[in-house]
Write a protein that binds this ligand. Structure first.
Ligand SMILES: O=C(O)CCC(=O)C(=O)O
Length: 271
């Protein structure tokens, strides 16, 4: 018996590696999330795409409430089971006319989470569609071992420019979303997004959930990564418990988030 998804959606996720759209937070909550993104940029002087990443929900209660949203967690539970960790989240912000895009890739290239009982849930704070540059996925690609190369360019949002080899883009399915709706893709699903051709920003938050059985393999022996237990029980103890934001804005958490991101990028570069 599923909690939010239909049996057909679960079957479709297992077959295709993604599902969309689902109703998540309210449109009002999505608008408040956009305000957080723009507040962060004013407060810190950083563009959210560059700095509100990896643990994006930690400086803001409004963003942590997205991660903890019951409808969202019900959908995650339907796919990976009742014991759920959130180990991170990243803002994806494309300014109008900016030319920024995301190359074909699978999140598994840099997640370091094993086994692959993990997924990415993307919540729209503004309309996401083919004009604004929504995510598009290659059906069934999560069932294959894909290869990639690093080809960074100035406009590629992925800093290392991870790009899957031999993608047939004509097979892609777009995942349009209204503000507050969400999509889910498996960590091995090949996906990308094109530039924002509209006259407003396209903003969404990518949330990284995994089952408590998963480990982070990019950390040295004896060093524990942080994640928040957002539902169920953690019978494995592979992660140090991370607290959700309690303040409207926690400046210390924002500073720490930027430091954590820099360390994570260092590890990814090491391999
Ligand atoms: O927001 C985008 O355009 C891409 C997001 C993405 O690649 C992801 O959430 O894994």
């Amino acid at each position: 018996m599923t909690k939010h998804l239909t049996e057909e959606q679960v079957e479709s996720f297992n077959r295709n590696g993604f599902i969309s759209p689902m109703n998540g937070i309210s449109a009002e909550h999505a608008a408040e999330c956009r305000k957080c993104v723009e507040h962060f940029e004013e407060e810190t002087g950083h563009h959210a795409q560059d700095a509100l990443t990896l643990k994006a929900h930690l400086p803001y209660r409004t963003l942590s409430e997205v991660v903890l949203n019951e409808r969202i967690l019900d959908a995650v539970e339907d796919l990976i089971g009742p014991n759920i960790l959130c180990w991170g989240s990243s803002m994806f912000v494309k300014d109008p006319g900016g030319g920024k895009f995301v190359s074909w890739h699978a999140d598994t290239y840099y997640y370091g989470v094993e086994p692959a009982n993990s997924l990415t849930l993307w919540v729209a704070f503004t309309p996401a569609n083919p004009t604004t540059g929504c995510i598009k996925c290659i059906p069934g690609s999560h069932l294959e071992e894909t290869e990639f190369e690093n080809t960074p360019t100035a406009d590629n949002i992925l800093s290392r420019g991870q790009t899957t080899k031999d993608v047939d883009a004509s097979e892609a399915t777009f995942m349009p979303l209204e503000p507050g709706q969400f999509s889910i893709h498996h960590e091995k699903t090949v996906h990308s997004s094109e530039p924002n051709l509209s006259d407003d920003r396209r903003i969404g938050m990518s949330i990284h959930y995994c089952s408590t059985q998963c480990r982070q393999t990019k950390y040295a022996e004896g060093e524990k990564p942080f994640a928040a237990l957002v539902r169920g029980v953690d019978e494995y103890g592979h992660w140090e418990n991370e607290k959700m934001a309690e303040l409207d804005y926690d400046a210390a958490a924002a500073k720490e988030m930027i430091e954590i991101r820099n360390r994570f990028i260092g590890r990814s570069r090491e391999g």
